[in-house]
Design a protein around this ligand. Structure first.
Ligand SMILES: Cc1ncc(COP(=O)(O)O)c(C=O)c1O
Length: 370
């Protein structure tokens, strides 16, 4: 099974056979925009769509309360729209309480609150009813999309879909009670599908036939990010290729299959008897949870050393997220500082089987800690 270029982790890609199947599938029926639902190219665009709608419907001072632990591109949407940001932290289990949010809403009276659960787990502790006052709430379901959590206090919901499958682009913006104002949405980004499928082909040739240079393939992915996503806040429609793919990916039997595979993979890692050697998994797998990754609290060696050890053995574990560089974030609780230092995400997605997870565990078994 282990040819030289077999990898676990890193960017999704599609096989040529799958690309043809998607291209030849019928036009999507369910993945269609409506008055309260827009399919856009990226999560940051989906956040911008909500902020534009808010500006058009209520008077705001452009202040927002957002998580201190988040992705740079989440903050980018707010900065693009001229928002002043304040932050709330999370505890050692990534949790935030609605009572904490209530206090902050009372003190800071933000126009907008954005929250998100982490890694597919419900980290929003509803110890009080959320007293929103006039604050408008955006639920960013990027990491919890497959678990299907709903929060009754949300006014908008957004999802960036590229974290879940090899979709060239894709995000959802939903206005929960009502219709979006007229949003100016440009057609799909020209060349996005074509360029992405070319890079998928490079990856396929590299992985299956050891053809081409790895650096060329990695540069291809970096170029896609830079051309179509970094600093791209103009709203663009989700590509038709991604819409077709999303329709197939969310068809009942397919959905069940990949959701189950993620749970099996997660549980296989979780059942490992010797985690203590390295650190501690942050989350037990509750019923109904579909995990995005297997986040691990690395304690007995540096995260970087552990990450490099796995990478040397072709297992690529991302740090989610590097500290955003586009704005200074305070306060950062001690617990969050530790998360930022120690949390490493092991891939458990549907590309992999129980055997792949066992391979990762064998590597950990072989690891010597001094
Ligand atoms: C929680 C969350 N929301 C939104 C985004 C932005 O998504 P996109 O990269 O599609 O703009 C990200 C990106 O990683 C994210 O992690």
């Amino acid at each position: 099974m282990w040819n030289q270029t077999y990898e676990i982790g890193s960017s999704f890609h599609l096989l040529n056979k799958k690309i043809l199947e998607i291209e030849n599938s019928s036009e999507p029926i369910n993945i269609q925009d409506s008055e309260n639902l827009k399919f856009l190219s990226s999560g940051r665009q989906a956040i911008c769509a909500c902020l534009t709608d808010i500006t058009k419907t209520v008077n705001t001072n452009k202040t927002a309360l957002v998580p201190a632990y988040t992705c740079q591109s989440v903050l980018g949407g707010f900065l693009e729209k001229g928002y002043h940001l304040s932050f709330y932290s999370v505890d050692q289990k990534f949790q935030v309480r609605t009572s904490t949010l209530n206090n902050l809403i009372k003190n800071k009276t933000p126009d907008v609150l954005l929250f998100h659960p982490y890694f597919g787990f419900d980290t929003i502790i509803q110890d009080q009813l959320l007293d929103k006052q006039s604050t408008i709430v955006i639920y960013d379901a990027t990491q919890s999309w497959a678990s299907g959590f709903e929060y009754p206090f949300a006014d908008y919901k957004i999802v960036s879909l590229r974290k879940w499958a090899a979709l060239p682009d894709g995000a959802i913006a939903e206005k929960i009670n009502g219709k979006f104002c007229l949003l100016s949405i440009e057609p799909e980004q020209e060349d996005l599908t074509k360029d992405t499928l070319q890079v998928y082909d490079l990856k396929e040739k590299y992985l299956s036939y050891q053809k081409g240079e790895k650096s060329e393939m990695l540069q291809g992915f970096a170029n896609l990010k830079q051309t179509f996503f970094d600093n791209q806040y103009t709203l663009h429609s989700m590509t038709n290729f991604s819409r077709k793919m999303l329709e197939l990916f969310t068809a009942k039997s397919t959905l069940k299959e990949w959701q189950l595979q993620r749970r099996v993979n997660y549980q296989t890692l979780y059942n490992y008897a010797n985690w203590d050697k390295i650190g501690t998994p942050y989350f037990e797998l509750a019923t109904g949870v579909i995990p995005l990754y297997f986040p691990l609290n690395v304690k007995n060696m540096t995260r970087q050393d552990f990450q490099e050890y796995l990478a040397t053995n072709n297992v690529y574990c991302p740090v989610v997220w590097p500290i955003p560089q586009n704005v200074e974030i305070t306060p950062v609780s001690d617990e969050l500082a530790k998360i930022r230092k120690n949390c490493l995400c092991i891939p458990i997605d549907q590309r992999y089987s129980k055997k792949d997870m066992e391979y990762i565990l064998e590597l950990i078994d072989k690891l010597k800690i001094y």
